[in-house]
Design a protein around this ligand. Structure first.
Ligand code: NDP
Length: 296
């Protein structure tokens, strides 16, 4: 029997609707409009599209959206001065600096400059440490989206065997912490893992966050497992015409869907959840900063 395909686009829309609802209540009851500031340094075309989409989604939820576009040659001092002013601005609850930044700037130092309470990307060592020690943290948006989708699909995750392939600070590690917090038995696999196939075969939940096209075949998947494919890889698609490409995940979708119980497609699975969770994190930050109950 074929797996149920998890519709990330539809699920992201439900997250955004809940965010919009919470925003209107914050405005009506407390006169607080959550605000998200996005900073872009340089003119990377892909980043410009991401920033524009984030701005549109933010405004559509009724939040304040501020975009700062700085020239590529902006000095670290000038960028930090802007971050400091956003840290101090009471109308801004979330700050995101779009990566990558030009080489003369340090992503680590930029993240460290953002007030952890406004670090809605959840990338700072403070938020990573809070999450790892089981305290209230701002969690990285993509793994948070995966967790919300898993809860929505499976309900209680307690006791499930979860295997995460990939150990990046952006996806793999925070995913592991979030699933551990939900009482999964968590294994983190990576490029040095011995017998990855056997490791993955044990999993009730597989999260693939590697960046290698279709590396997880269907015969690695335990029958009925839930497969979350975070990977986004562009491969040649000669069937669409010369020089054409298409997006695929880290999982071989066609073979995996014959075995899995649930699976996310690429595109249209995890991808849309990231911006939705960025909006959700901004509302959460606005509530915490103002000492109010936060969304569930
Ligand atoms: P990184 O390159 O930072 O990390 C990749 C991880 O995969 C590393 O931990 C690496 O192991 C591991 N890995 C590499 N090769 C193998 C292998 N052969 N077997 C097992 N593990 C391996 O990537 P990210 O975590 O940033 O991103 C992963 C993927 O997710 C990418 O395709 C990216 O585009 C996508 N992505 C999608 C997002 C979205 O949907 N919105 C958001 C963020 C990422 P080691 O540490 O040992 O080198």
């Amino acid at each position: 029997m074929s797996a149920q395909i998890l519709d990330g686009k539809a699920f992201a829309a439900t997250i955004r609707a809940k965010v919009a609802d919470h925003v209107s209540r914050l405005m009506a009851d407390h006169d607080i409009q959550p605000g998200l500031a996005v900073v872009l340094v340089g003119e990377d075309p892909a980043s410009e599209v991401y920033v524009r989409n984030k701005g549109i989604a933010t405004r559509e939820c009724g939040m304040k959206s501020v975009e700062h576009k700085l020239p590529a040659e902006t000095s670290a001092e000038d960028l930090y001065a802007l971050i400091d002013s956003l840290n101090a601005d009471p109308s801004i609850h979330g700050i995101l600096v779009q990566f990558p930044v030009p080489d003369h700037l340090s992503e680590r130092d930029i993240v460290a400059r953002i007030d952890p309470a406004k670090d809605v990307d959840g990338l700072s060592v403070v938020n990573a440490g809070l999450l790892a020690s089981g305290q209230q943290a701002m969690a990285s948006c993509t793994p948070l989206g995966c967790l919300m989708l898993l809860r929505d699909t499976l309900g209680d995750l307690s006791g499930k065997d979860a295997v995460i392939i990939g150990r990046s600070n952006l996806v793999g590690k925070p995913m592991a912490q979030l699933l551990l917090r939900d009482s999964c038995t968590v294994t983190i696999a990576h490029s040095r893992t011995k017998d990855l196939a056997e490791t993955v075969r044990r999993a009730d939940i597989v999260v693939a966050a590697v960046g290698r096209p279709q590396m997880v075949p269907g015969d690695w998947i335990k029958p009925g497992a839930t497969v979350i494919d975070v990977g986004i890889n562009r491969i040649p698609a000669p069937e669409k015409g010369e020089g054409k490409t298409r997006l695929v995940g880290d999982v071989d979708f066609d073979s995996a869907k014959e075995v899995a119980g649930h699976i996310t497609p690429v595109p249209g699975g995890v991808g849309p959840l990231t911006i939705a969770c960025l909006l959700a994190n901004t509302v959460t930050a606005a509530c915490r900063i103002n000492g109010l109950d936060e969304p569930e």
